[in-house]
Design a protein around this ligand. Structure first.
Ligand code: ATP
Ligand code: MG
Length: 394
């Protein structure tokens, strides 16, 4: 299939432009991510004039638009027509664009113009007026509204003339990878995939670790987490998922610790295992989906107990958010439907009726030391499985 000879996608870059000295590096990562995500679509990314364009085969639009909707670091994108830099050609493309808008029920419009190439015979204002009039002459059903138009047709005169309307919002944020690598503690719940998504949007490559208690947890529960990592991976250029069997660790805790403390101690063991993996793979931080006081294990005291087993920074992007806001993001990013599938998590299986609500870190540490589970955790880490979810760039 051949590329469209007169249309492409225009990518808009926002926050990146604010980053001064870093800009070159940020843009390089953005280009690398875009190219890696577009692989297999037949589309190509071209940067000219400080603008990013994607030229795509005509039958690839759905795949390309899917990528652009999952690409951190762009504020928006639009399908743009392009033509030679001649006034008649530009007017003809504005009319064609307006005809499409009219067919979609648009009644009012305005033209905005930017003339980067000062050799073009009309200045921005002249171009707006001329193109606007051409549209009105050709399509009398349309009206100009300069204050609140239903659609804006933008004309940019660069090395070619570009004409577009209806820019779609991008994810914004920073290109994934500009902040290094983080390891996400990924359960099968609603929160942790959202936490991973938010940190990816601040520039972290995300890999994940999941703890299960097979055969007490099912294979479906494992598949569900793999599916979540796959969805997350669409935004992060793939996710490597470390799958760790925590059955032996949990059994040990259940046998040797007071029942009220089992959840806190399990969390501490998870942190220790996650930290071990992170250090071996060079992840710079851990990420969890905790939200303050959402459940018993997430009081500030219990979070302190959990965190006492980590020395790397533990990022908790949901800490101040309520469940409704978190759920809204889960729906938007496409993880919600999978998260609510009814498979058990290993924490729930062994959770006590009356968990400690405000564990003292000294007491928690004393119980933890008594368990003597260092070797057990090490073995679980050694024997972990790895899954590559979505397209992994490394
Ligand atoms: P989630 O919706 O992410 O499961 P939650 O509200 O159920 O969160 P908890 O079960 O207390 O809360 O878990 C808090 C955090 O601990 C999770 O967000 C996740 O980062 C981590 N976590 C919990 N269980 C697991 C697990 N089985 N494997 C890996 N990480 C886990
Ligand atoms: Mg959970």
């Amino acid at each position: 299939m051949t590329e469209s000879p007169n249309s492409a996608y225009l990518l808009k870059i926002g926050e990146l432009t604010l980053k001064g000295e870093n800009r070159g590096g940020f843009e390089q990562v953005l280009r690398r991510n875009a190219r890696s995500m577009l692989k297999g679509t037949g589309a190509r990314l071209v940067t000219t004039d400080g603008r990013y364009f994607v030229h795509a085969p005509e039958n690839a639009s759905e795949k390309v638009e899917f990528v652009l909707d999952h690409l951190f670091g762009i504020t928006g994108w639009a399908t743009t027509r392009f033509c030679e830099k001649a006034v008649e050609a530009v007017c003809a493309e504005c009319i064609a664009e307006a005809r499409g808008l009219l067919a979609n029920g648009v009644k009012t419009f305005k033209v905005e113009a930017r003339r980067a190439d000062k050799r073009f015979p009309l200045d921005s204002y002249g171009l707006m007026a001329t193109a606007g009039e051409a549209v009105l002459d050709a399509l009398p059903a349309l009206h100009v509204d300069v204050h609140k138009p239903e659609a804006v047709i933008t004309v940019e005169i660069r090395e070619k003339a570009y004409i577009y309307s209806n820019a779609r919002k991008g994810l914004r944020g920073l290109p994934v990878g500009t902040a290094g690598h983080g390891l996400l503690l990924l359960s099968g719940g609603i929160d942790s995939p959202v936490a991973g998504f938010l940190m990816a949007g601040r520039g972290l490559y995300i890999d994940a670790v999941h703890f299960h208690s097979y055969p007490y947890t099912s294979d479906e529960a494992r598949q569900k987490v793999i599916r979540l990592a796959e969805i997350l991976g669409r935004y992060t250029c793939g996710v490597r998922l470390h799958i760790v069997s925590f059955t032996a660790v949990q059994m040990r805790i259940k046998e040797a610790a007071p029942p009220a403390w089992t959840t806190v101690l399990l969390r501490m063991a998870m942190m220790e295992a996650a930290e071990t993996i992170a250090r071996r793979h060079g992840y710079a931080c851990l990420i969890s989906g905790e939200s303050l006081s959402q459940v018993a294990s997430q009081t500030i005291e219990n979070i302190r107990c959990t965190e006492s087993r980590a020395t790397l920074p533990v990022l908790r992007p949901l800490i101040g958010m309520d469940k409704e806001s978190i759920t809204r993001i889960a729906e938007k990013i496409g993880t919600y439907e999978t998260s609510i599938l009814p498979y058990e998590d290993c924490c729930v299986l062994f959770s006590p009726k009356h968990p400690v609500l405000r564990g003292k870190v000294e007491e928690a540490s004393a119980y933890y030391e008594q368990l003597d589970i260092g070797a057990c955790i090490e073995e679980a880490v050694q024997e972990r499985d790895m899954e590559k979810c979505s397209f992994v760039r490394r």
